[in-house]
Design a protein around this ligand. Structure first.
Ligand SMILES: [Fe+2]
Ligand SMILES: [Fe+2]
Length: 274
C-alpha cells in the first residue's frame, strides 16, 4: 500500500499548493491513501468546514489537527459530522470530535488513523502514550486494521522519537507534525514502523513557520504583539512523507521525503520515482 502524509497546511498558499498538486500526485504515484494535517489551513489558525470539504474533494482521505484544532469555533460543531476529520485523541473526555478514524483505502484496505498531541512545550492534555496504547490495543494491526498511521503533533523531538519506539512493530507509521520544519531523520524503525520527527509544512517557507516574518521578528525584539500573525503570501512548498506498507504485515517497507516547490530543496522518494 502506498501512503502519502502531508504536513500542516498553512493558509491560502498551502491550500492552493495541495489542491493543485494532489490529484496529480494520486495518479502519478498510484496512491492508496492520503493524510494531511490541516490545523493551520484557515488563515493559519484552525480549519473551516468549507476548507475541509475542498481538501477531501482534492483527494485527502483523512485530515488531522493539533493544538489549533478549534481556533475556528465552527469546528466544535462540524467536527462531529465528519469521519474524515480527527483531532488529538488525548483531549479531555467530552471534547467534540474523535481522535481516531478507521476508513477504507482506494484498494480496500482498512486504515486506522490516530492523531495525538505531545505534552512538552504544549497544552497539558492526557497522556498521549497511554491514549495511543489503548487505541492500538483495541484495534490491533492486521486484526482490526490493515495499516495504522499516527500523526503525533508535538514540539519536542525526544517525545516524538520515544513515541516511535513505543509503538514500533505495532503501527505502520508515526509521523511528527507541528514544528513546520522538516527533519532529515525519516527511517523505518527496527520492528517496522516508519518514522519521521517532523514532516514539515505545506506553506511558504520564505517565512517564520509559514507566517510573514515581520510580526514574529517584532515580537522577539519588543515582546509586544502589534498585529495578528498573517500567513506569508508567496507560493507554498509541499512537504510530506511517502510510506510503502507491506499488505501482509501492515508494517512499513520503506519511507522517503516528498518536497515540491520553491525555497526548499526538492525531494522525491526514489522508490516511487520509477
Ligand atoms: Fe501547525
Ligand atoms: Fe501545531
Amino acid at each position: 500500500m502506498r501512503l502519502l502524509f502531508l504536513g500542516d497546511i498553512v493558509g491560502r498558499p498551502g491550500r492552493k499548493a495541495v489542491i493543485d498538486a494532489l490529484p496529480g500526485l494520486r495518479r502519478r504515484y498510484a496512491l492508496d491513501f492520503v493524510i494531511i494535517n490541516g490545523e493551520n489551513a484557515a488563515g493559519g489558525f484552525g480549519i473551516t468546514e468549507a476548507i475541509l470539504e475542498e481538501l477531501i474533494a482534492a483527494g485527502a482521505d483523512v485530515v488531522t489537527l493539533g493544538n489549533h484544532a478549534f481556533d475556528q469555533k465552527e469546528a466544535l460543531v462540524f467536527i462531529e459530522r465528519h469521519e474524515r476529520l480527527i483531532r488529538p485523541i488525548n483531549y479531555p473526555q467530552g471534547t467534540p470530535g474523535r481522535g481516531a478514524t478507521l476508513l477504507k483505502s482506494a484498494g480496500g484496505a482498512e486504515v486506522l488513523v490516530i492523531n495525538a498531541m505531545g505534552r512538552i512545550f504544549m497544552p497539558e492534555l492526557d497522556c498521549p502514550f497511554r491514549a495511543i496504547d489503548a487505541e492500538i490495543t483495541a484495534c490491533r494491526l492486521k486484526q482490526g486494521a490493515d495499516a495504522i498511521v499516527i500523526d503525533f503533533h508535538a514540539e519536542a523531538t525526544s517525545e516524538k522519537q520515544a513515541m516511535g519506539y513505543f509503538v514500533d512493530g505495532r503501527a505502520s507509521a508515526v509521523i511528527g507534525t507541528h514544528t513546520h520544519a522538516p527533519t532529515a531523520d525519516e527511517r523505518v524503525l527496527p520492528s517496522g514502523t516508519a518514522f519521521i520527527s517532523d514532516v514539515g509544512m505545506c506553506g511558504d517557507y520564505n517565512s517564520v513557520l509559514g507566517m510573514d516574518v515581520e510580526e514574529p521578528i517584532s515580537r522577539f525584539l519588543t515582546k509586544i504583539p502589534r498585529q495578528r500573525f498573517e500567513p506569508a503570501r508567496g507560493p507554498a512548498t509541499l512537504s510530506g512523507l511517502a510510506v510503502e506498507i507491506d499488505d501482509k504485515t501492515g508494517l512499513a517497507v520503506r519511507c522517503g521525503a516528498l518536497r515540491m516547490g520553491p525555497n526548499l530543496e526538492p525531494a522525491e522518494p526514489a522508490f516511487w520515482a520509477a
